[in-house]
Design a protein around this ligand. Structure first.
Ligand SMILES: O=C[C@H](O)[C@H](O)[C@H](O)COP(=O)(O)O
Length: 224
């Protein structure tokens, strides 16, 4: 079986009747959404908040009832993928551009479960470029300020020859660090910059990391 699928389907075991859940975005979260859809068809009662337009569409296709934050309050569980996971459960997310809504949903969840195949586990974050979401207005100035602070190479994210635009109408700059020895340091540098909406560092957010291994087993790692 696909490693992403075994991790994602394991995570779905945490979902119980009556829960409100956050649905992540990406090729790993897909398998969780698909499985939840099957369980809903079989009678599971849940309501979900999607983290992107594409996930909302999938949830509708799979017949998962949707709700809003206003209605739901705090979510019971969110299941989402990641681009990198370090040994402290810190993450880089946003390879698919959904980092802002993903971070909001994860931050308002009692339990945040991250599902990955083992290739996503890294000793230190930073091989995967760090996505930084910026407001399009005067983004050149924002970019200059970020560059001054981060001193790392970056590329504006493109799609079909145009700047990639997120679900929130913003741009993404992908920063290549190679290695991020102190994710909190980078987070602090980015958090107070006007024009930066959000970044893909998810620090101290994941409660459980579920890893699909090449030998077909699944590891459930819980934050101590
Ligand atoms: O913006 C996208 C998300 O952060 C994804 O969860 C992340 O990129 C991992 O995606 P995938 O499971 O497709 O590797």
């Amino acid at each position: 079986m696909n490693l992403k699928q075994i991790a994602a389907e394991k995570a779905v075991e945490w979902i119980k009747d009556g829960m409100t859940i956050g649905l992540g975005t990406g090729s790993t979260a897909f398998f969780a959404i698909q499985k939840i859809g099957e369980l809903v068809k079989a009678g599971l009662q849940v309501k979900a908040v999607p983290t992107s337009g594409s996930t909302e569409q999938l949830a509708r296709e799979f017949g998962i009832p949707l709700t809003t934050f206003a209605e739901a309050g705090k979510l019971d569980i969110t299941i989402d993928g990641a681009d990198e996971v370090d040994s402290q459960f810190n993450l880089i997310k946003g390879g698919g551009g959904a980092l802002l809504r993903e971070k909001i949903v994860a931050a308002h969840s009692k339990t945040f479960i991250v599902v990955v195949d083992e290739s996503k586990l890294v000793p230190t974050l930073g091989t995967f470029p760090l996505p930084v979401e910026v407001i399009p207005f005067a983004y050149e100035w924002t970019m200059e300020e970020i560059n001054e602070r981060l001193q790392a190479d970056f590329k504006p994210r493109m799609k079909d020859g145009q700047k990639f635009v997120t679900d929130n109408g913003n741009y993404i700059l992908d920063y290549s660090f190679g290695t991020i020895p102190s994710p909190t340091d980078v987070q602090e540098k980015l958090n107070c910059l006007t024009g930066v909406v959000e970044h893909g560092l998810f620090i101290d957010m994941a409660d459980i990391v579920i890893v699909g291994r090449a030998d077909g087993t699944v590891d459930v790692l819980e934050r101590s």
